[in-house]
Design a protein around this ligand. Structure first.
Ligand SMILES: [Fe+2]
Length: 195
């Protein structure tokens, strides 16, 4: 984002749109956890009540930050002005530090209990929540990013859990779209490996 020159509205519009899509996925993912995962967890593992409350509070803070980012991001997309670029970037930095804390704690403190008390079917319902509302092409290119951010071993495990038609779509178009998007977002950087 900070690599976008002042006044480069085409790039601002592109980068801003990608970021907005990510915000949307994040929001829907949290919504799925709020509705389908945390209530079940609280009911079946009452000892986790405090963790659940903290995780839900993180989700609320994330939603609030995303809501605050939206108009500033839109302004930057339209104007490509340095001031709104800087403000958008700072707000995303804030979101990113909150997410780091949240994800670390969710993975280490909550997921082991979730694995114990929720069935596989329930977990896949959480993962599937809201997915239908996104453009399929966007989702398969997003998958490339998810694969890239996981270590190689996890990558294979993760890919196995994805339905075969989605895997095929990823191989046909998703990987290429991911690579193109990465190159566009981070000119000159090496594109991280996927599958
Ligand atoms: Fe979460």
């Amino acid at each position: 984002m900070r690599s976008t020159d002042d006044g480069d509205r085409a790039r601002a519009a592109y980068v801003g749109e990608v970021l907005g899509n990510f915000d949307g996925v994040l929001h829907v993912h949290h919504e799925g956890e709020d509705v389908l995962m945390y209530p079940a967890l609280a009911g079946r593992a009452p000892g986790c009540a405090l963790h659940v409350a903290q995780m839900l509070e993180h989700h609320r803070q994330v939603a609030q930050l995303i809501e605050g980012i939206e108009p500033v991001r839109r302004r930057w997309m339209e104007t490509a002005e340095a001031a709104s670029r800087e403000e958008t970037a700072e707000r995303y930095e804030e979101l990113s530090s909150l997410l780091k804390v949240h994800l670390r704690r969710e993975v280490t403190e909550v997921m082991p209990v979730v694995d114990r008390v929720l069935s596989e079917k329930e977990m896949s319902a959480v993962a599937q929540h809201g997915v239908a509302q996104f453009d399929r092409k966007f989702l398969v290119s997003y998958l490339g990013m998810v694969l890239a951010t996981n270590p190689p071993q996890d990558r294979k495990e993760l890919f196995k859990e994805i339905p075969p038609p989605v895997r095929l779509a990823y191989r046909l178009v998703g990987r290429r779209m991911y690579r193109r998007q990465y190159a566009e977002l981070f000119p000159g950087r090496r594109i991280p490996e996927t599958l």
